[in-house]
Each structure stands twice: as structure tokens, then as C-alpha cells.
Ligand binder design. Sequence first.
Ligand code: ARG
Length: 465
Amino acid sequence: MTLWQGRFSGGPAPELLDFTVSLAVDRRLATDDIAGSRAHVRGLGRAGVLDDGEVETVLAALDAVDEELASGSFDFAPGDEDIHTAVERRVTELAGPAGAKLHTGRSRNDQVATDLRLWCKRELASVAVLGIELQQVLLDRAVEAGGAYLPGYTHLQRAQPVLLAHHLLAHGWALARDVDRLLATRARLDVSPLGAGALAGSSLPLDPDAVAADLGFAGRFENSLDAVSDRDFVAEALFDLALLGVHLSRIGEELVLWNSDEFGFLVLDDAWATGSSMLPQKKNPDVAELARGKAGRLIGHLTGMLTTLKGLPLAYNRDLQEDKEPLFDAVDQVRPALAALAGLLASATFRTDRMAAAADGPAAAAVDLAEHLVAGGMPFRDAHAVVGRLVRQAADDEDDGALAHLVAAAPELGPEAVGLLEPGTAVSRRTTAGGAGPEAVAVQLERFRARLSSDRERLGAAAAP
Ligand code: ARG
């Protein structure tokens, strides 16, 4: 049975139903749909559209439907096109004529927008919680890393040594921005569309402010056309999740590299590695690879949603039904990726010996030699050329100590500059704020810790009912 039999002489074609049903996807909105209906029914009671007895009857029927859906005993009927239809049908079966009043002054257009915003408020917060947990793992590993250092890279060429803690926190700060974006998106979407009706509001004395407050929204819509057609919040959430996915992808890519024999910077715990069905010797970083791979799909969801929205005239169009699958899937992909990367990173062993050996290559201190010359008054461009020549000469020499000999022999530098090439010296000289050396990183660790705890508080406040 459809919600519109009066206007139609016959039922819908089976192929129409096949093509238009969304129940398999939007049944995930059941709890939010029922929450929206409870608030709407109370609003209808305040407006005098339903009397107290009817409000009670419909609320009791909604409780029963909630219960049936939660326990799995809810019987979906073949005509249940979407979750809204299914809930209304069942409420009417249970509550009789009072149930038939549930949809007064409401459309599925404001209803679905309400449901989806409620869903986003909860689920985006849960993604942010996992984001913070991954940041905590990065912080713990950074603290534990102490003075360990590795090459910092540009163009994937060894550039300057950096503390391992510094490298780990670089990913941590990116995740902190992701959490910030999720919370900002969540705050922006905290607007109730309920009461916008199909597109224009209602002739009944409904009070959108009161239902917004009842549902825990920060406020109500300003414009009914906008309220039912705005899916900015879905696009924003998809962007936040796609960018978070891109950050996880970059972490994944580095873990794959570090785990390779060629780098050898990382040993995966057995619980966080996979084997090969054919090659007995293999221990593979599938978690890191999937974390990298999921980004493609997340970006696809964002571009798909934007493309769906771009040509839509006001107000509601059925195209908007396409918003849920990408949104749900994006959340479903990101959450386990965050949890799995946290587990992998918490349990992996960093080969700090190999990292140091790679970072202590003589050329890693080249800029320190140049800055030593600058301290003596030489213009940087000249100093760059002097050191560049020495590095070039040393590169032609098999001997690892070639640069040290050349530095000692260079009239501009001399034996006291050779100390700059000592293992571990270069990283200790990165002293500026936000830099890669021990003093700066100690400050950074504290600032990161403070950021994490203030984000936890923000999230706690946001998630409070
Ligand atoms: N399943 C629909 C959606 O997700 C619900 C709203 C349907 N509205 C309508 N006018 N057909 O958008």
C-alpha cells in the first residue's frame, strides 16, 4: 500500500517499486525516524491537532515499533518503500485512527532531512572519538620514541634527520584538524528541518522551534525550501571523511614503505599482519594498504554526492535519496580504518637502529655545514655552493668518511666543523619552535597533549544530550 492511494487509480508497477525503494539503505535511520516522530506527535498535541489520549496512543505505538525494530521482530511489508513508510504503516496498524494522524503537517521531505541530521550528529561524533583514539596512540608512541630519529624526506630523498616523535606527531596534527572539521560540520548541521513540511511549512499551528528543542537541535531552519533541499551537511561530512581518509592513506603508505625490507624501519606485530596463501615467507601490511586503498572510494562518495546535487532545482527532488548510501558507507569505512590503524601502530616495533643508520648518512648534515659558514658571516648562497661542492666530491668517493675528510681540509670549514657530521648531531640542532629537534618536540608534545584533552572536552560537550 502506498501513502498516496487517493490520487491514483491503481497501484505502482513492480519495476517502479524495484527502482525506487530505499528501505534496504534507510532502515538504518529507524531510531532517528522514531525520535523525529515522537517529537512531531508531541508537537501535534501542543498544537491541539491530537488530543492527549491520541498523543499517548501514538507514542505507545512508536515505542512498540521501536521495540520490534530493535528485537528484529518487525515485519516489513512488500509495500514498505522506505523506513518512514514502514514505521507509519505499523504505527497505524497498532494505533488505529490516531496513528493515521501521525503524518499531519509533515512530509517525508522534512522527515528524512531530520532523520539524517540526527544520524549525522551521533555518527560523526563517533568517528571523531576514534580519530582522537588514533591520535592518542601516535602521542603514546611519540613519547616512547624519546630521542630516536630517522631521515626526514623530501621527494622521498633523505633530507634532514627528524625525531621519530616529530614524524609521528605530524600525522597526529593532521588528524587533529580532521576531528576539528568533524565537530565543526556537526555544529553547522545541528539545525532541525522538521516543520518545513513538503516545502512550504504548514497552515496548522505547529511550532518548529519547539520540536527542534524537543529533538535536541540547536535551532530550527530559517527557510522551508532550504530545509528540505539542503544536503550541504552530507557533502561536508563526506568531505571531512574523504580528507580523513586521505590522511589515513598517507599514514598507510608510509607504513607500507617502512615495513619493506628496503626501509626496514618497522616490524609489524603478527596480529596486525597478514600472510600469503602461496609464499610462506611473506608477512604483509594489508591493514596499511587497505587504509590507503579506502581513500579512493571515499573521494568517490564525495564527488558522487556533489554531482548529484549540482543541477537540482529547489526544493526536494528524489535524487536526494542518493545521499544516504555514500554517507553510510563513508562512515562504515572510516571507523574500522581508524581502529585498525590504531591497533597496528600501537603494536608495531620501530627499528630505531635502522632509522638512525639511515639518518646518519654524512650528507644529512649538509645544511648544518652551510649554516655554520653563515654563522661565520658568509652569505647563505655562497655557503650552499661551498658545501654543495664538497658533497659532490664526496659522492664520487667510495669511502663513507670522505665528506669528513673534505670538510676538515676545506679552508672555510676545517676540523672543528667535522663535529657537525657526528651521528645524532644534526637533529639536535633543529631548535626553532615547531622544529624537529628535542627541545622543540618536547614543547610540541605538551601542546599536542593539551589539544587532545581540549578536543575530548569539546566532543564530550557536543555528544551530551
Ligand atoms: N526515501 C526518500 C529520501 O530518502 C524519502 C523522501 C521521499 N519524498 C518524496 N517526496 N518522495 O529522500
